[in-house]
Design a protein around this ligand. Structure first.
Ligand SMILES: Cc1ncc(COP(=O)(O)O)c(C=O)c1O
Length: 431
């Protein structure tokens, strides 16, 4: 708590460095919020609407719809957007000078800030445009030969499976997809599904840190510990993990990690990062060619041609906001919001199934719900068209349901309206 308070006041005093401009109102929101929180635990603050009202004020969101698809993409707080717009305008006055010479070098501060948050060396942190780019650098960057095996789950993100499938078609590698029950009986059970698929030909395991389908947090550390002595590389797709729930790189022991920053960090759209451990960089090719002299330079993954500096520079403003709230308070609030609708609906009827583990450290904001006797696609459409509640129908060969993801700006009223409408659907149907 004390360090968070001094962090917020330190930010104000220092104007928070050269790269991130903080709107007075965003600073004001964090100050007032911190005063309200006092020394209480994250779980106590999670239920205090006066704290979260201050956080909600930092956003200019359109409340004419209830957006419960923050897993797809999230709005940035207003000061983050302002920082980006300021830099875009400055860029456009004289791009060759303002963007290339003034703004682009500031990526080094962003690299440093992100590396500190993840717990790695800045020389291991590449800034990308999203998780897809970061993950595809990992997926296409490793040399593999015909017959080499890659183990994934059938709950990996679709685009990542498509990327592997292209290597199957083009190079003759072998892809093995494991299945696991949702919710799983234990973390060890998930590990067992992966390790059972490993053979002497396995070279790579690729999996999400948290799935986008049910929001299951996966046993990364256990799989890394299994794989490393066997010379198997573990590629972690952290698209939904970074700034969603607290963790450090050392907790995972991973050598490769990709994420989006426009989901849970609330950074501008088109931001992500790729972590590659120093000694792994030499053998991981970039997606766009880089000079041989850059072979062991993390910046080789940023050789993408002309791109705006404004988007990636505003990452630091988003990170400052995230740290101002604090990762522990954020996840406590997100779990509180999820439990508020999920536990209420479970209490309404035995027909309700929540496929996300509740009362568990292996899940966060994302919840997947299904109702026996109600077709989930029609239910999703009814919520959207009749009640303007944005939700995500999830169709998987082994399960389905509606994915619900609030974020820190979501209000209790919005959660309760969703739960009210679902209760109507359960009791009276949607005809
Ligand atoms: C697990 C997972 N991986 C990768 C991605 C791709 O993220 P992006 O579209 O930001 O590149 C997503 C997007 O939802 C995802 O859920």
């Amino acid at each position: 708590m004390t360090s968070r308070r001094s962090f917020v006041s330190g930010m104000a005093a220092a104007g928070f460095g050269a790269t991130a401009m903080f709107r007075t109102s965003a600073i004001g929101s964090l100050f007032r919020a911190n005063a309200i929180a006092g020394e209480r635990s994250p779980e106590e603050v999670a239920e205090d609407e006066s704290y979260w009202a201050e956080i909600q004020r930092a956003f200019d969101v359109d409340r004419t719809m209830i957006n419960l698809n923050n897993g797809g993409i999230s709005p940035s707080p207003t000061h983050v957007l302002d920082a980006m717009i300021r830099d875009l305008k400055f860029t456009n006055e004289l791009p060759v000078e303002h963007m290339w010479r003034v703004l682009e070098p500031r990526i080094e501060s962003v690299r440093r800030d992100l590396a500190r948050e993840l717990g790695c060396d800045p020389e291991e942190m590449a800034i990308t445009r999203n998780a897809s780019e970061a993950n595809e650098i990992m997926i296409f960057g490793l040399d593999l030969k015909r017959g080499d095996e890659v183990v994934v789950s059938n709950q990996n993100y679709g685009r990542m499976l498509t990327a592997w499938d292209q290597r199957v078609r083009r190079e003759g590698i072998v892809l093995k997809q494991v299945s696991f029950k949702v919710p799983p009986p234990s973390q060890k059970y998930i590990v067992d599904q992966f390790t059972a698929a490993v053979t002497p030909n396995t070279r790579v395991i690729e999996l999400p840190h948290i799935t986008n389908l049910t929001g299951q947090i996966m046993p990364i550390r256990e799989l890394v510990d299994f794989a490393r002595p066997r010379g198997i590389q573990v590629l972690v797709d952290g698209a939904h993990a970074f700034a969603h729930f607290p963790f450090k790189l050392d907790d995972l022991g991973a050598d490769y990690y990709g994420t989006s920053l426009h989901k849970w960090l609330l950074a501008p759209i088109g931001t992500g990062f790729l972590y590659v451990r120093k000694d792994k960089q030499k053998n991981l090719w970039p997606l766009m060619a880089a000079a041989a002299t850059q072979n062991e330079d993390i910046r080789k993954y940023e050789e993408i041609g002309t791109h705006p500096a404004a988007n990636h520079n505003a990452i630091s403003a988003a990170l400052a906001f995230h740290r101002g709230i604090g990762a522990d308070r954020k996840i406590a609030r997100l779990r509180y919001l999820r439990d508020r609708w999920a536990k209420r609906l479970l209490g309404e009827s035995p027909r309700v199934k929540v496929l996300t583990p509740l009362d568990s450290k292996y899940s966060g904001a994302i919840g997947l719900v299904s109702i026996d006797g109600l077709e989930f696609g029609k239910l999703g459409e009814w919520l959207m068209s009749k009640h303007r509640i944005v939700n995500t129908p999830i169709l998987h060969p082994e399960f389905n349901g509606l994915r619900i993801t609030p974020n820190v700006y979501t209000t209790i009223d919005e959660i309760d309206t969703f739960a009210d409408k679902m209760t109507v659907a359960i009791k009276k149907g949607i005809a």
